[in-house]
Design a protein around this ligand. Sequence first.
Ligand SMILES: Nc1ncnc2c1ncn2[C@@H]1O[C@H](COP(=O)(O)OP(=O)(O)O)[C@@H](O)[C@H]1O
Ligand SMILES: [Mg+2]
Length: 271
Amino acid sequence: MDKAKSTTSLLRVDGLTRRFRTSKGVITAVGEVSMTLDRGESVALVGGSGSGKSTLGRLIARLILPDAGTMFLDGLLIRAGRRPTRHERRLVQMVFQDPFGSLNPARTVADQVMRPLVIHGLHRGHERQRASELLEQVGLSPGSEFLDRFPHSLSGGQRQRVAIARALAPEPSLLIADEPTSMLDVSIRLDVLRTLRDLTEHKVGLLLITHDLASARYLADRVMVMQEGSIVEQGPIGQVIDAPQHPYTQQLLAAVAHQSPRRTQMERPHA
Ligand SMILES: Nc1ncnc2c1ncn2[C@@H]1O[C@H](COP(=O)(O)OP(=O)(O)O)[C@@H](O)[C@H]1O
Ligand SMILES: [Mg+2]
């Protein structure tokens, strides 16, 4: 079977490639990307719009299949083109950018957080209690007060927290957050990032997709810079920000320096 021992990394990706056929011809959204991510590690994937970040995230989450490449996930070898098993889907969960679009407006918070529990047969008979605990874990406290509410009665930040709770429900090893704060009010972004950061203390690996280097700096141990489908630079976050080697990274940093007077608020507390 496809079971084989990997290294100790939670995730190892080798030569992952995904092309799309468009009206302008075939484009390579992700081209032979290789990377690793460890348990409890927080990695930021940064790059400009269209550089392939979301496609790489969706490939790792198995929402789309690659054209080539292999992946080791929690010791499981996953070959290109094979449809994911339910277990493989469970291992990686995603949080998306739009907290308004990602929740079902017709269902209560409890329904949405309990659904993955039911699908995966977790906490049988105690799903509601577990949903309440998950809400508290992401800062919606007391959880019981949120269970019977509908998305329209929640703020953007609260909705995004519900989306994070729902993503945690299947007990993933890896959480991929694709621009999770870019549609939120600036004043609450930091709180949501802090919630994500706290998850890594529970051994969840985190891949933060962002065009915002300040968020990356706040949250990530390591950064990977993506341009036109390739990782052009990677390293410890402080090192890459302080001494960027690749011209594209230098450009991204120069853009931040111009745009973001709030940057100092996003510095790591102890860095
Ligand atoms: N489903 C798709 N069909 C066609 N082209 C796509 C599709 N998804 C992404 N692309 C293209 O792939 C490239 C990378 O997109 P994406 O991964 O969304 O980049 P990013 O998240 O960095 O902005 C872009 O050129 C985009 O237009
Ligand atoms: Mg994207």
